[in-house]
Design a binder for this molecule. Structure first.
Ligand SMILES: [Zn+2]
Ligand SMILES: [Zn+2]
Length: 204
């Protein structure tokens, strides 16, 4: 059974926008350093984001979560599991819950609901994620060797430790993408966001 998590800023008493429902990804810091020395080996969210951005695989949720971390840099931001006691419960005078994430949410304008797709021009093969997600509308991105490398280092190297019920483009998407990139290493590969269904643009 999976445990539900939420990210909060204890200083502002604000809850971060959710990542894939109830999951969390890495250590809640926008820092782009690979690992946070204050935690036991979790990559920082900022570092993971960098690897996703390198191949164009960021989503609205990931963008909104990163903005939250950036605007609460230096505050006491933590990931709480549903089993953790609410830190305010012990203080009856301030028992108010964290304010919900909606007001800090990112606008969905400029985003489309689509599948993350990879194409290899040399092998003429295409693969796309089973699930769509809300991602920034954009053209083709050339996934160069250095971009692939950044993705492998920052996203896949600590995959089991960093990702908890929250992958961009749904469960299994990252391993599918990593597998494709591995098979087409050194080839000319591009990524795109392919509309899930025509007419579904600009979902709110
Ligand atoms: Zn804060
Ligand atoms: Zn290929």
């Amino acid at each position: 059974m999976s445990v539900a998590y939420r990210t909060v800023c204890a200083d502002c008493r604000l809850e971060a926008p959710p990542l894939g429902g109830d999951g969390y990804v890495g250590y809640p810091s926008a820092s782009e350093r690979s690992f946070d020395p204050e935690d036991d080996g979790l990559s920082t969210f900022g570092s993971i984001y960098l690897g996703l951005e390198a191949i164009g695989m960021t989503t609205l949720e990931y963008d909104a979560y990163l903005s939250f971390l950036k605007s609460h840099e230096g505050h006491s931001v933590r990931v709480l599991s549903e089993n953790d006691a609410d830190p305010w419960e012990t203080d009856p005078g301030s028992s108010a819950a964290y304010r919900g994430p909606s007001e800090s949410g990112q606008s969905a304008s400029g985003y489309i609901r689509g599948h993350f797709e990879l194409r290899c021009y040399e092998c003429r093969r295409r693969r796309w994620t089973e699930d769509p997600d809300l991602a920034r509308e954009r053209g083709e991105l050339e996934v160069s060797a250095s971009r692939m490398q950044l993705f492998v280092e920052r996203v896949m190297s600590n995959f089991d430790g960093d990702f908890h019920d929250s992958e961009p483009f749904g469960f299994g998407a990252l391993e599918l993408v990593a597998g494709f990139l591995e098979r087409h290493r050194g080839h000319r590969v591009v990524s795109t966001i392919t509309l899930a269904e025509k007419g579904e643009r600009g979902a709110s």
